[in-house]
Design a protein around this ligand. Structure first.
Ligand code: FES
Length: 275
């Protein structure tokens, strides 16, 4: 018989202190009640509270720690493995402690070619691994490609950045100045942001503003389409199965269009302004 093999599984998570646990339980009750009210408890619906609960524990420790995973599992009747599977899927949940400001440089395709890689390289030289205030990271596309390259600090957008402007943002954060993103209210700390993402009120001045409008880069394609008289094809009325009616001309045309290659750019592509 061969010798037994021992696998080191790591230390057990340290439980929250009684005071912290009581405070988190109070907050978790409010979050879970949004999905599964106490008068009509439903364990399946309560599980929907996992994402905000992960933000809540991230607000406590600056990341989703093993203790935080255990807390979420305990509150929702899940296993630690189930909670860990969700928290490691989404990049907004951090696996390592995060300082006051999470500076994320978008290095997905469009931002990268527009200067995101150069910004990341510049900040890597500017921010040491043991900086007291800043945690530097890559971030995935956040659908602000029309303002590329973008930098996000605690998930707030800084549009059309350069290495120099990004360094200035970092310097202002380090010196404790009020820093206002391109859109939205002044930045708060990472942990304060996480509490807001857990669903608690955002009380920053100007945080919840009505009446904003899309910026010009966002509308550029729409304006070109209007000038050129382009419009989307009419949608066929859905059937019970959700697809276009069988046998209709639109459905046949749509099916045959799927087999054709996409058209190459032609003279119908509008010229750039000024040409
Ligand atoms: S590629 Fe950077 S926001 Fe989309």
């Amino acid at each position: 018989m061969s010798d037994p093999v021992f696998v080191r599984l790591g230390s057990r998570p340290t439980p929250y202190s009684d005071t912290v646990r009581a405070r988190l339980d109070h907050d978790a009750d409010r979050i879970v009640a949004r999905y599964s009210p106490p008068e009509q408890p439903d364990s399946q619906m309560a599980r929907s509270a996992l994402l905000p609960l992960l933000h809540l524990v991230q607000a406590e420790e600056g990341y989703v720690s093993p203790t935080g995973i255990g807390f979420c599992a305990d509150r929702l009747g899940l296993t630690g493995a189930e909670v860990a599977a969700v928290s490691t899927f989404y990049s907004m949940y951090r696996r390592e402690p995060t300082r006051d400001y999470l500076v994320g440089v978008c290095t997905n395709t469009l931002c990268a070619v527009m200067g995101g890689d150069a910004i990341y390289d510049a900040l890597r030289e500017h921010v040491s691994g043991d900086d007291a205030h800043i945690t530097l990271t890559h971030v995935e596309c956040n659908a602000a490609c029309d303002y590329a390259p973008v930098v996000m600090v605690n998930w707030e957008f800084f549009d059309n950045q350069t290495p120099e402007s990004a360094r200035s943002v970092v310097d202002a954060l380090r010196s404790g100045e009020e820093v206002v993103p391109t859109r939205g209210a002044s930045l708060c700390t990472f942990r304060e942001t996480e509490r807001i993402l857990a669903g608690f009120p955002d009380e920053r001045l100007g945080a919840v503003q009505a009446g904003g409008r899309p910026g010009d880069p966002t509308l550029a394609g729409l304006l070109v389409a209007r000038e050129q008289g382009m419009r989307a094809p009419e949608a066929a009325a859905p059937t019970d199965s959700g697809s276009a009616p069988l046998g209709s001309e639109d459905a046949a045309a749509s099916e045959s269009a799927k087999d054709k290659p996409a058209p190459a750019p032609t003279e119908s592509v509008p010229p750039e302004k000024g040409h």
